[in-house]
Design a protein. Structure first.
Length: 270
Protein backbone atom coordinates (compact mmCIF):
# COMPACT_ATOMS: atom_id res chain seq x y z
CA UNK A 1 0.00 0.00 0.00
CA UNK A 2 1.33 3.47 -0.91
CA UNK A 3 1.90 5.58 2.18
CA UNK A 4 1.08 9.26 2.59
CA UNK A 5 2.90 11.64 4.89
CA UNK A 6 0.36 12.45 7.59
CA UNK A 7 1.40 16.09 8.03
CA UNK A 8 1.17 16.88 4.33
CA UNK A 9 -1.01 19.99 4.23
CA UNK A 10 -4.16 18.69 2.54
CA UNK A 11 -3.94 15.29 4.24
CA UNK A 12 -3.63 16.78 7.71
CA UNK A 13 -6.44 19.26 7.06
CA UNK A 14 -8.79 16.36 6.25
CA UNK A 15 -7.70 14.37 9.29
CA UNK A 16 -8.03 17.42 11.53
CA UNK A 17 -11.66 17.74 10.53
CA UNK A 18 -12.29 14.04 11.14
CA UNK A 19 -10.71 14.16 14.60
CA UNK A 20 -12.48 17.41 15.55
CA UNK A 21 -15.89 16.08 14.52
CA UNK A 22 -15.47 12.67 16.14
CA UNK A 23 -17.64 11.97 19.17
CA UNK A 24 -15.22 9.24 20.34
CA UNK A 25 -11.54 8.53 19.65
CA UNK A 26 -9.85 5.20 20.29
CA UNK A 27 -6.10 5.81 20.26
CA UNK A 28 -3.82 2.75 20.10
CA UNK A 29 -0.08 3.29 20.52
CA UNK A 30 2.85 0.93 20.24
CA UNK A 31 5.69 1.67 22.69
CA UNK A 32 9.25 0.98 21.46
CA UNK A 33 10.04 2.86 18.27
CA UNK A 34 6.73 4.71 18.39
CA UNK A 35 6.34 6.87 21.50
CA UNK A 36 9.95 6.27 22.56
CA UNK A 37 12.93 5.80 20.26
CA UNK A 38 14.64 2.40 19.98
CA UNK A 39 17.50 1.93 22.46
CA UNK A 40 20.40 -0.52 22.63
CA UNK A 41 18.84 -2.16 25.70
CA UNK A 42 15.07 -2.36 26.44
CA UNK A 43 15.60 -0.98 29.96
CA UNK A 44 16.96 2.26 28.47
CA UNK A 45 13.73 2.99 26.57
CA UNK A 46 12.30 5.36 29.16
CA UNK A 47 9.30 7.40 28.06
CA UNK A 48 10.05 11.16 27.97
CA UNK A 49 8.13 13.02 30.65
CA UNK A 50 6.49 15.29 28.07
CA UNK A 51 5.10 12.28 26.16
CA UNK A 52 3.85 10.64 29.34
CA UNK A 53 2.12 13.90 30.30
CA UNK A 54 0.44 14.11 26.88
CA UNK A 55 -0.83 10.52 27.08
CA UNK A 56 -2.15 11.06 30.60
CA UNK A 57 -3.90 14.23 29.44
CA UNK A 58 -5.48 12.45 26.47
CA UNK A 59 -6.66 9.62 28.73
CA UNK A 60 -8.46 12.09 31.00
CA UNK A 61 -10.58 13.32 28.10
CA UNK A 62 -14.10 11.88 28.40
CA UNK A 63 -14.25 11.15 24.65
CA UNK A 64 -10.81 9.56 24.22
CA UNK A 65 -9.73 6.03 25.13
CA UNK A 66 -5.99 5.30 25.06
CA UNK A 67 -4.45 1.84 24.77
CA UNK A 68 -0.75 0.90 24.70
CA UNK A 69 -0.23 -2.12 22.43
CA UNK A 70 3.19 -3.67 22.95
CA UNK A 71 5.32 -6.78 22.90
CA UNK A 72 6.53 -5.97 26.41
CA UNK A 73 5.21 -7.78 29.48
CA UNK A 74 2.24 -6.30 31.31
CA UNK A 75 4.21 -5.48 34.48
CA UNK A 76 6.99 -3.88 32.46
CA UNK A 77 4.79 -1.59 30.39
CA UNK A 78 2.63 -0.58 33.36
CA UNK A 79 5.74 0.34 35.34
CA UNK A 80 7.15 2.31 32.40
CA UNK A 81 4.01 4.43 31.96
CA UNK A 82 2.44 4.45 35.39
CA UNK A 83 -0.87 5.69 34.00
CA UNK A 84 -3.89 3.96 35.54
CA UNK A 85 -6.83 5.09 33.39
CA UNK A 86 -5.61 3.60 30.10
CA UNK A 87 -5.74 0.13 28.58
CA UNK A 88 -2.70 -2.08 28.13
CA UNK A 89 -2.47 -4.84 25.51
CA UNK A 90 0.80 -6.53 26.46
CA UNK A 91 2.75 -9.52 25.14
CA UNK A 92 1.48 -8.80 21.61
CA UNK A 93 -2.09 -8.85 22.89
CA UNK A 94 -2.02 -12.08 24.88
CA UNK A 95 -2.80 -9.94 27.95
CA UNK A 96 -5.31 -7.08 27.99
CA UNK A 97 -5.55 -5.01 31.16
CA UNK A 98 -7.94 -2.22 32.08
CA UNK A 99 -8.40 -0.82 35.58
CA UNK A 100 -8.24 -3.89 37.85
CA UNK A 101 -9.19 -6.53 35.30
CA UNK A 102 -6.79 -8.55 33.18
CA UNK A 103 -7.81 -10.80 30.31
CA UNK A 104 -5.38 -13.57 29.31
CA UNK A 105 -5.78 -15.55 26.11
CA UNK A 106 -7.29 -18.89 27.25
CA UNK A 107 -4.89 -21.04 25.18
CA UNK A 108 -1.64 -19.41 26.27
CA UNK A 109 -1.13 -21.00 29.69
CA UNK A 110 -0.36 -24.45 28.26
CA UNK A 111 2.85 -23.18 26.65
CA UNK A 112 4.33 -21.46 29.71
CA UNK A 113 6.51 -24.44 30.76
CA UNK A 114 7.86 -24.66 27.19
CA UNK A 115 8.83 -20.99 27.17
CA UNK A 116 10.97 -21.67 30.24
CA UNK A 117 12.55 -24.73 28.59
CA UNK A 118 13.40 -22.79 25.45
CA UNK A 119 14.94 -20.02 27.53
CA UNK A 120 17.25 -22.50 29.24
CA UNK A 121 18.22 -24.11 25.93
CA UNK A 122 18.94 -20.72 24.35
CA UNK A 123 21.13 -19.60 27.24
CA UNK A 124 23.32 -22.66 26.62
CA UNK A 125 23.11 -22.75 22.82
CA UNK A 126 23.88 -19.06 22.30
CA UNK A 127 26.69 -18.92 24.87
CA UNK A 128 29.48 -18.61 22.22
CA UNK A 129 27.81 -15.48 20.80
CA UNK A 130 28.45 -12.15 22.49
CA UNK A 131 25.96 -9.30 22.84
CA UNK A 132 22.58 -11.04 22.72
CA UNK A 133 19.87 -10.51 25.31
CA UNK A 134 17.13 -12.97 26.22
CA UNK A 135 14.02 -11.38 27.69
CA UNK A 136 11.47 -13.73 29.25
CA UNK A 137 8.10 -11.97 29.30
CA UNK A 138 6.13 -14.91 30.66
CA UNK A 139 3.92 -15.63 27.68
CA UNK A 140 6.56 -14.79 25.09
CA UNK A 141 10.34 -14.73 24.80
CA UNK A 142 12.44 -12.07 23.03
CA UNK A 143 15.97 -12.57 21.76
CA UNK A 144 17.53 -9.16 21.11
CA UNK A 145 20.59 -9.07 18.84
CA UNK A 146 21.08 -5.33 18.35
CA UNK A 147 24.47 -5.56 20.09
CA UNK A 148 25.60 -8.79 18.38
CA UNK A 149 28.41 -8.49 15.82
CA UNK A 150 26.97 -8.57 12.25
CA UNK A 151 29.03 -11.64 11.37
CA UNK A 152 27.46 -13.58 14.29
CA UNK A 153 23.80 -12.73 13.60
CA UNK A 154 23.23 -15.54 11.09
CA UNK A 155 24.62 -18.12 13.51
CA UNK A 156 22.33 -16.78 16.24
CA UNK A 157 19.30 -17.13 13.97
CA UNK A 158 20.24 -20.69 12.98
CA UNK A 159 20.68 -21.81 16.60
CA UNK A 160 17.41 -20.14 17.60
CA UNK A 161 15.53 -21.77 14.74
CA UNK A 162 16.90 -25.24 15.55
CA UNK A 163 15.99 -24.99 19.24
CA UNK A 164 12.46 -23.65 18.70
CA UNK A 165 11.80 -26.20 15.92
CA UNK A 166 11.86 -28.90 18.62
CA UNK A 167 8.64 -27.35 19.93
CA UNK A 168 7.11 -26.44 16.55
CA UNK A 169 3.63 -27.70 17.50
CA UNK A 170 3.41 -25.23 20.38
CA UNK A 171 5.79 -22.35 19.57
CA UNK A 172 6.68 -20.16 16.59
CA UNK A 173 9.17 -17.45 15.67
CA UNK A 174 8.38 -13.91 14.53
CA UNK A 175 10.83 -11.15 13.63
CA UNK A 176 11.04 -7.51 14.64
CA UNK A 177 13.67 -4.78 14.64
CA UNK A 178 16.86 -6.55 15.75
CA UNK A 179 14.74 -8.95 17.79
CA UNK A 180 13.26 -12.41 17.29
CA UNK A 181 10.18 -13.36 19.26
CA UNK A 182 9.32 -16.85 20.49
CA UNK A 183 5.53 -16.94 20.72
CA UNK A 184 2.79 -19.49 21.33
CA UNK A 185 1.61 -21.23 18.15
CA UNK A 186 -1.76 -19.50 18.51
CA UNK A 187 -3.55 -17.42 15.86
CA UNK A 188 -3.37 -14.22 17.86
CA UNK A 189 -1.56 -10.93 17.42
CA UNK A 190 -1.80 -7.18 18.04
CA UNK A 191 -4.43 -6.81 15.34
CA UNK A 192 -6.77 -9.41 16.82
CA UNK A 193 -6.24 -7.93 20.29
CA UNK A 194 -7.25 -4.47 19.06
CA UNK A 195 -10.34 -5.88 17.33
CA UNK A 196 -11.29 -7.58 20.62
CA UNK A 197 -10.96 -4.27 22.47
CA UNK A 198 -13.06 -2.46 19.86
CA UNK A 199 -15.73 -5.16 20.21
CA UNK A 200 -15.62 -4.87 24.01
CA UNK A 201 -16.36 -1.16 23.71
CA UNK A 202 -18.91 -1.63 20.92
CA UNK A 203 -17.09 0.74 18.62
CA UNK A 204 -19.08 1.93 15.60
CA UNK A 205 -18.09 3.50 12.28
CA UNK A 206 -18.84 6.90 13.81
CA UNK A 207 -15.88 6.57 16.18
CA UNK A 208 -12.35 7.47 15.10
CA UNK A 209 -9.83 4.65 15.51
CA UNK A 210 -6.13 5.55 15.38
CA UNK A 211 -3.26 3.09 15.57
CA UNK A 212 0.42 4.05 15.46
CA UNK A 213 3.23 1.48 15.26
CA UNK A 214 6.66 1.06 13.76
CA UNK A 215 7.46 -2.63 13.35
CA UNK A 216 6.55 -5.87 11.57
CA UNK A 217 4.48 -6.92 14.58
CA UNK A 218 2.29 -3.84 14.04
CA UNK A 219 1.47 -4.85 10.48
CA UNK A 220 -1.10 -7.34 11.78
CA UNK A 221 -3.06 -4.40 13.18
CA UNK A 222 -2.59 -2.22 10.10
CA UNK A 223 -3.95 -5.09 8.00
CA UNK A 224 -6.93 -6.04 10.17
CA UNK A 225 -8.29 -2.68 11.23
CA UNK A 226 -11.39 -1.42 9.37
CA UNK A 227 -10.91 0.84 6.34
CA UNK A 228 -12.08 3.95 8.21
CA UNK A 229 -9.28 3.60 10.79
CA UNK A 230 -6.30 5.97 10.73
CA UNK A 231 -3.28 3.68 10.56
CA UNK A 232 0.16 5.25 10.90
CA UNK A 233 3.62 3.71 10.65
CA UNK A 234 6.66 5.47 12.09
CA UNK A 235 9.18 5.81 9.23
CA UNK A 236 8.12 5.32 5.63
CA UNK A 237 7.96 1.70 4.49
CA UNK A 238 7.03 0.46 1.01
CA UNK A 239 5.60 -2.86 2.18
CA UNK A 240 3.36 -1.62 4.98
CA UNK A 241 -0.43 -1.85 5.29
CA UNK A 242 -0.52 1.51 7.09
CA UNK A 243 -2.15 4.39 5.22
CA UNK A 244 0.07 7.13 6.62
CA UNK A 245 3.54 7.61 8.01
CA UNK A 246 5.34 9.90 10.44
CA UNK A 247 9.10 10.29 10.40
CA UNK A 248 9.94 9.56 14.06
CA UNK A 249 8.72 9.47 17.66
CA UNK A 250 9.05 13.27 17.87
CA UNK A 251 6.39 13.61 15.17
CA UNK A 252 4.21 11.11 17.05
CA UNK A 253 4.47 13.39 20.05
CA UNK A 254 3.53 16.31 17.81
CA UNK A 255 0.43 14.41 16.68
CA UNK A 256 -0.60 13.79 20.29
CA UNK A 257 -0.20 17.51 21.00
CA UNK A 258 -2.33 18.32 17.96
CA UNK A 259 -5.11 15.96 19.05
CA UNK A 260 -5.20 17.67 22.45
CA UNK A 261 -5.30 21.05 20.76
CA UNK A 262 -8.17 19.98 18.51
CA UNK A 263 -10.23 18.60 21.40
CA UNK A 264 -9.41 21.19 24.07
CA UNK A 265 -12.68 23.06 23.64
CA UNK A 266 -14.71 19.91 24.17
CA UNK A 267 -15.94 19.02 27.61
CA UNK A 268 -13.87 16.43 29.45
CA UNK A 269 -10.28 17.60 28.91
CA UNK A 270 -8.55 18.29 32.22
Amino acid sequence: MAQTYLFRKQVWQNLQQKISNSNKIFLFLDYDGTIVSIKKHPSLAVLPLITRTLIAQLARHSNISVCIVTGRSLNDIRNLLGIKNILYAANHGFQIHHKKRTWIHPDVKRVLPLIKKVEGALVKGLKPIKGFLIENKGFTLSVHYRNVKPEDVQQLKIILKIIVSLFYEALKLTAGKKVIEVRPQIQWDKGKAILKILKMYRVTDKSTVIFIGDDKTDEDAFRLLPSHAITIRVAKNKSTYAKYYLRNSSEVRQLLENIISLKHNQRGLV
